[in-house]
Design a binder for this molecule. Structure first.
Ligand code: 2U9
Length: 357
């Protein structure tokens, strides 16, 4: 029995993995294992022999089971140590850089303007950026000989050779959207049309693509007084002031009659713009009562309906509100200058230099 004990204790000690250990368990204490077979032979022994051999075999079985369990746990510990030695993590490494994005000032201003006019019942309308000369010019009372066509520095698309139809053009204003909206929905109508427009012009205050928001309000008795109230409410909300004087200067646009350019009361001190105080005036938009011919061109009866329209440059609004000096900054932009002007992912810039979270 001592031989058996030494043999199995040595084999268990030398076992290299759990599979070898399991084989040894079957071989020693399994149903048909060596020790089990010996236990079965107890029946053939004399009572005296059995009294000695029985407890000794039971003790041997217990000892071998204990050795198997101890070795199993030692093997598991060794396996874990080996994994820990190879699989490690350097917690001192710098964290992976987080991708950061930021709302673009143009998008932010577009959203602000849309929200302000939405409060006054204006829906947002959209339309194609490439359009026909009917929608961009003729329908808006700008016939082909009209100097406004030349003034607008239009981008013309090219036609295939031999195709003599008038070329499509990049819209020079968002006005075609209002024509299409009136055609579709008729009057009364109250919409704003924000979007990209294109003119062949490039300097500190002009880029070939820029953004406008135009408004249109048509009803049976919509007047210039309604226009003035809407614009006043807009300027106060956009520039976050309680009071502002507006100045309407007579002007001329082919699509409105009468027409007016609108200035807002402001002060400039050390390059800081303050709206709603001071003695300066700054032009911010054009407006007027929609020309009867334009209503007619869009299928609305000018004897029954009338209303106002206005146009604002979004890029300029963004420059004024957020103090951005050069329009071209919008286009060679990256996160560094957005941050410079306060457009960080979590901060929302406010007027007069403050940042609100
Ligand atoms: C329809 C009828 C009339 C839109 C108008 C202006 C005056 C205007 C400029 C402002 C700054 C263009 O971006 S800008 O350079 N716009 O002065 N826009 S009235 O009048 C319309 C539009 C659509 C059917």
């Amino acid at each position: 029995m001592d031989d058996l004990r030494d043999k199995y204790l040595t084999l268990i000690n030398d076992a290299g993995d759990e599979a070898a250990l399991e084989e040894l368990r079957v071989q020693a204490v399994g149903k048909k294992g060596e020790i089990s077979l010996q236990m079965r032979s107890l029946g053939k022994m004399s009572p005296e022999e059995r009294q000695v051999a029985g407890p000794a075999l039971n003790a041997l079985k217990d000892e071998i089971n204990a050795a198997l369990a101890a070795k199993k746990s030692a093997l598991a510990d060794a396996a874990l140590d080996a994994r820990l030695a190879t699989e490690w993590l350097d917690v001192t490494l710098p964290a992976r850089p987080q991708r950061q994005g930021s709302i673009h000032p143009i998008s932010q201003v577009t959203e602000e303007v849309s929200a302000i006019f939405a409060d006054m019942g204006f829906a947002v309308a959209e339309g194609p950026q490439i359009d026909t000369d009917w929608y961009v010019f003729d329908a808006l009372n700008i016939p082909s000989h009209h100097p406004a066509r030349a003034e607008m520095d239009t981008f013309y698309m090219s036609r295939a050779e031999g195709d003599d139809r008038a070329p499509h053009i990049l819209r020079t204003h968002t006005s075609p959207v209002q024509i299409r909206s009136m055609e579709k929905q008729g009057a009364p109508i109250r919409i704003i049309a924000p979007g990209r427009v294109y003119r062949a012009d490039y300097d500190q205050t002009h880029t070939p693509m820029f953004h406008q928001v135009e408004g249109l309000c048509i009803g049976k008795d919509v007047s210039m007084a309604n226009l003035k109230w809407c614009l006043e409410e807009f300027v106060k909300a956009f520039f976050e002031v309680d009071h502002v004087e507006l100045r309407f200067r007579a002007s001329h646009f082919p699509f409105t009659e009468p027409s007016a350019e609108v200035d807002i009361q402001c002060s400039w001190e050390n390059g800081v713009l303050k709206v709603g105080e001071g003695d300066d005036w700054m032009e911010i938009l054009g407006s007027g009562m929609v020309h009867p011919k334009v209503l007619e061109n869009a299928g609305v009866d000018p004897k029954e309906y009338q209303g106002f329209a206005f146009g604002i440059g979004i890029d300029r609004l963004a420059m004024l509100k957020y103090g951005i000096p050069d329009l071209r900054a919008f286009f060679d932009s990256d996160l560094r200058w957005l941050k410079h002007y306060g457009f960080t992912p979590l901060d929302v810039p406010t007027l007069h230099g403050g940042l609100s979270k």
